[in-house]
Design a protein around this ligand. Structure first.
Ligand code: MSP
Length: 511
């Protein structure tokens, strides 16, 4: 794969209920990385979709009195619409009930059979339908006669059935070697340590087929078994690139995946099972798995089954999509869990968007409109204050690519918002309004630099708040071929003589 190509995925969502804030968070996070890479002139392929097989979905369909496929068609559509509401820039939306995916899963299965990694036996143990996961006895606790996973808190049931197994145990050493050779395969580091310790403690072979229900992809040449939904689901990342056609342009351009953005609850599947399946099938594993934390409400994971949902669509309707995107990206510490509330959302909108970036844009645009007929001419003189602002901005921008390459979005946003703060301060200190009569040239220079700063900040914030920043960049009349990160390498965004157009208010302050 070309270094300049970037394949990024979100987990494909279970269509077992309405999309919630956790889904929104996970998707927006991936979208920000995808948009950033596009702005950095990379060729990006960004994938999301729905994970439609397995007992969990079969049961949800039964509960709704619908055939599984009818039920999936309905809910998958809701998730697809949700991607639009979140303003995701995904290039594809895959459904695991599609033909292209079946073909791909069958091929991966055949490769695992051929490599001798699959054998028939009997599974006896605990299974959680809600997590679609097997648990060991030491991962189970009993409460009021029912049993639950200590890892996820989900209820488990005892399962005894004929099953195909994947020889995961034989991949333990090779996985440890793989983690050692690819020290950034799992980020953040705390999650990497968690995975390495788990693998070191010993891996058991994994049951990869079920016989007690039918809703799934059948094991090739054995209709009695359906393929374990996680082996099925993970393969979506290959299916979307037209695997098994490894000569396909998409596959050649984008495999191995650059980044799987996932929640910590599904880390084991992505960081242990997935590279093991791929290594066994002689396919290169992805470059990075980034495991984010959970969105919490109080102390609990926000989820439909827990009934503690802050409805994303309601929030978008009331506050706006850029506002929600900015809030989730800024306030949640991305490796950790994050508590969210309407109060802190409102504070964040006011402090960063309305009072800082929004105010900067508004004050400069309206000043230029009212005093300069929307036209600014820059002269050569650069003041000490200009030099200082340019230098400070450089200091804040020099590390930005690096921060994003390691998914350190919190520090990225902090740096960019600091540039906006400094620019506001520069304007306060330079007081261009006092120069209207006495020094028009200097006033023009101050406004020109302020507009150049606004342009830079808008490009940097564009992956996070695409709607507002697009309006600003349009009003600045910046040419499309400059709306990228090339200014970090010294390109000027505005010509010396700059004409702008009017800008309406971007963010309303919440009282
Ligand atoms: N279908 C699987 C993924 C298969 S990928 C091959 C799945 N689906 S899910 O709908 O349950 O979750 C999708 C993503 O949303 C996961 O990354 C999960 O961690 C994330 N979140 C679900 N609830 C969440 C929070 N409350 N907070 C943050 N993210 C959480 O897992």
């Amino acid at each position: 794969m070309n270094q300049n190509n970037f394949y990024i995925t979100t987990p494909i969502y279970y269509p077992s209920g309405e999309p919630h804030m956790g889904h929104a968070y996970s998707s927006i996070l991936a979208d920000v990385f995808a948009r950033f890479k596009r702005n950095d002139n990379c060729k990006v392929h960004f994938l999301t979709g729905t994970d439609e097989h397995g007992l969990k979905i079969q049961k949800a369909a039964e509960k709704n009195g619908l055939e599984p496929i009818i039920y999936c068609n309905k809910i998958s559509k809701i998730f697809k619409n949700f991607t639009k509401k979140l303003n995701l820039s995904n290039d594809d939306f895959i459904r695991t009930t599609e033909k292209r995916h079946h073909k791909s899963v069958n091929d991966l299965w055949d490769r695992l059979v051929k490599s001798g990694d699959i054998y028939l036996s009997k599974y006896e143990g605990w299974y959680s339908v809600s997590d679609e996961a097997y648990y060991n006895s030491d991962e189970i606790i009993e409460k009021g006669g029912e049993r639950f996973s200590t890892f996820s808190g989900s209820q488990v049931e005892w399962v005894e059935e004929e099953s195909f197994f994947f020889k995961l145990s034989s991949w333990q050493e090779k996985l440890l070697e793989f983690y050692a050779n690819n020290s950034k395969f799992i980020l953040p580091i705390s999650r990497r340590n968690e995975v390495v310790n788990f693998v070191k403690s010993g891996l058991k072979d994994l049951s990869v087929s079920r016989t007690s229900f039918t809703w799934g992809i059948k094991v090739p040449n054995n209709d009695k078994h359906v393929i374990y939904v996680w082996l099925d689901a993970l393969t979506n990342y290959l299916s979307a690139l037209n695997f098994p056609n490894t000569d396909d342009k998409l596959y050649k351009s984008f495999w191995p995946a650059s980044l799987h953005v996932i929640g910590k609850d599904i880390l084991r599947f992505h960081a242990i099972y997935w590279p093991a399946f791929l290594l066994a099938a002689k396919i290169k594993p992805p470059s990075r798995v980034f495991g984010h934390g959970w969105i919490l409400s109080g102390e609990e994971k926000m989820s439909k089954s827990k009934g503690n949902i802050l409805d994303p669509l309601g929030v978008i309707k009331k506050y706006g999509i850029d506002e929600l995107r900015y809030y989730l990206m800024k306030e949640v510490s991305h490796g950790n869990d994050g508590n969210i509330s309407l109060k802190s959302l409102e504070n964040c909108i006011n402090s960063d968007l309305a009072n800082n970036y929004g105010n900067l844009c508004q004050r400069v645009f309206s000043f230029v409109k009212n005093n300069c007929k929307n036209k600014i001419i820059k002269t050569k003189n650069i003041s000490e204050a200009d030099k200082k602002l340019i230098k400070q901005t450089k200091n804040f921008t020099k590390d930005l690519r690096n921060l994003m390459n390691y998914q350190n979005l919190n520090n990225y946003i902090k740096s960019v918002i600091s540039i906006s703060f400094l620019t506001n301060k520069y304007i306060n200190d330079e007081e261009p309004w006092k120069l209207k009569k006495s020094n028009i040239k200097k006033m023009n220079n101050i406004l020109h630099l302020s507009l150049e700063q606004i342009a830079k900040i808008s490009i940097l914030l564009n992956p996070i708040i695409p709607d507002a920043t697009t309006k600003v960049l349009k009003a600045l009349k910046i040419k499309a071929d400059l709306i990228n990160l090339s200014f970090l390498d010294g390109k000027k965004l505005l010509s010396n003589e700059t004409k702008i157009s009017e800008l309406n208010i971007l963010f309303k302050k919440i009282n």
